[in-house]
Every structure is written in C-alpha cells, then in structure tokens.
Design a protein around this ligand. Structure first.
Ligand SMILES: Nc1ncnc2c1ncn2[C@@H]1O[C@H](COP(=O)(O)OP(=O)(O)OP(=O)(O)O)[C@@H](O)[C@H]1O
Length: 263
C-alpha cells in the first residue's frame, strides 16, 4: 500500500454531491477529497451509490447539485471525454473492450487516441514516437499488464481476468493521472484477485498515479487502499485510513457486520 506524501494536495474533490434518479435519491450531500498519490477505496453495501459516485466523478452522469473539482478546476459539467483528456482513466465492473479486435488492436486504439490528442513532443508519458515504434509501445503495455504473448488473441476469447487486464492496459495507454476502477476484481477467482491487486499496485507505483476504486472484496480494499470512505444509502458515513475504518463501530454495524474479523 502506498500513501500520499505529506506535501500532497487534493487532485480530486467532490463537494455536497446530490444525485437523484426519478424513484431514488442515490447520493445525498457526499463530500470527498482524494489526495494526489493516494489509493482511495469507496466501499459500501450493494446499492449504496458507489457506481453512481464514480459516474459523477468521471462525468458519465452529472450531479443534480454539488461540485466536482479536479486539480483545482471546476469540472462539474465537463463531459467524460474531456476529463479523459485531462488525465482521467476509467475501468468498469464489466470489462469494456472491443471484443472483435485483438488484444494488441485494443491497446493500439487507445495509444492512437492518446497520441492524436497530444501535440508533437508534448505532454507527460510518451514522448512523440515515429509510427513504426507504436507497435513496440503497444507490446510494452501488454507486457506491463501481464498479457505478453496474447496480443494476437481476439479479446472475446480472453479469460475474464485477461479482459480486465486488457481494459487496464487501455486505460494505461492514455497515461492517466487518476485512475477510477469500478470493482477491478469482480468475478475473478481468488488467485486472479491477488494477481490483480499486485498488478494495480505495481502500475500505480510505476506511473505515480492516483487511484480511486470501488470494491466488495475486503482483502482487495485493505491490500491496496491508503484511504477508505464508506457509503451507506447514499451518505458518506466514514472516512479514514483502512485501520480507522475497520475499527469504526458504525461501519462494522451497517456494512462489515459486527462479527467481521480481519487478519
Ligand atoms: N440509471 C439509473 N436509473 C435509476 N436508478 C438507478 C440508476 N443507476 C443506479 N440506480 C439506483 O441507484 C442506487 C445506487 O446504485 P449504484 O449502482 O450506484 O450502487 P452501488 O453501490 O454501486 O451498488 P453495487 O455494489 O451493487 O454495484 C440503486 O438503488 C440503483 O438501483
């Protein structure tokens, strides 16, 4: 687990976020601050509003009221695609990849999207590279997410875990400053989960990113997160270090279960 340095500042803030759907009040005045370099886990029972909060943060839906501030800039009404250009990466509960393309072609799409938006020689991450080198870059990214040798596999034939790795690869190709991962280990076998935790921790460390994730698996949460916030019925009921949240009586009562024990 890596913690934000003492000098860190908030990279992403949500202030008094309210989001209603016609029949349900999903988020009720949620306040959140993500420090640069942190790994923040958003946890809570099914239907607590975690995915909706993610959508508000990433710009897939807009809050009814409240503000989203990224790097000091108000992005509350900024669409998702512009947030991606500003440094947001996103993965979904169900891996979002192009099933008819190979793994390498999927990453290539993301690399080309990244290169297309950068003026020559500018921006963090990749330096401007000749087109011939793009293929090497795609391979580098596939190796980074443990998909070496699977570049020619059509995405539809990849295992669930490999599809999630591919989705992560596509996010990494966009060189995000902040990565939003919605249940990154959902549906994975235990061994795959552990590998996934290690992979996320490694890429975060290598690229110095900030990570925000939702997760039901507490081993993943406590293995990765430096900070945890707890949503319950759309309200933020606790925030702190994993240890603080683990010991919080209200959290134990309403979410983790009073009888829950952790190693
Ligand atoms: N597009 C929508 N239209 C109407 N209601 C919605 C919509 N999206 C989510 N909801 C409702 O909002 C509430 C919160 O859903 P959300 O998916 O954000 O919760 P969650 O904490 O991510 O749940 P889970 O852990 O099961 O993924 C639920 O009652 C859900 O049915």
């Amino acid at each position: 687990m890596t913690t934000a340095p003492a000098t860190a500042r908030p990279i992403l803030e949500a202030g008094d976020i309210v989001k209603d759907y016609p029949s349900v009040k999903v988020l009720k005045q949620v306040n959140l601050s993500v420090m640069e370099g942190d790994t923040l886990a958003v946890i809570g029972p099914n239907g607590a509003g975690k995915t909706t909060l993610f959508k508000v943060l990433s710009g897939e839906v807009f809050a009814g009221s409240g503000a989203v501030i990224y790097n000091g800039r108000d992005i509350t009404r900024m669409p998702a695609w512009r947030r991606v250009r500003m440094g947001f990466g996103r993965s979904f509960q169900v891996a979002s990849v192009f099933l008819d393309l190979t793994a390498a072609e999927n990453v290539l799409v993301a690399v080309e999207a990244y290169l297309a938006q950068k003026p020559a020689g500018s921006g963090p991450g990749f330096r401007c590279r000749p087109a011939a080198d793009v293929r090497d870059l795609v391979e580098e990214i596939l190796v980074e997410v443990d998909l070496a040798g699977k570049g020619s596999h059509e995405a539809r034939f990849l295992s669930h875990g490999d599809k999630k790795r591919l989705e992560l690869a596509m996010s990494l190709a966009l060189r995000p400053r902040i990565l939003l991962l919605d249940e990154p280990t959902a549906g994975m076998a235990p061994a795959d989960r552990q590998a996934s935790i290690e992979l996320i921790a490694a890429v975060k460390q290598r690229h110095g990113m900030t990570v925000v994730l939702t997760e039901h698996d507490m081993d993943v949460v406590f293995g990765l997160a430096s900070r945890v916030v707890v949503l319950h019925h759309g309200e933020l009921i606790a925030a702190g270090t994993p240890d603080e949240v683990r010991e919080n009586p209200m959290v134990r009562e309403v979410y983790l279960g009073a009888e829950t024990h952790y190693a």
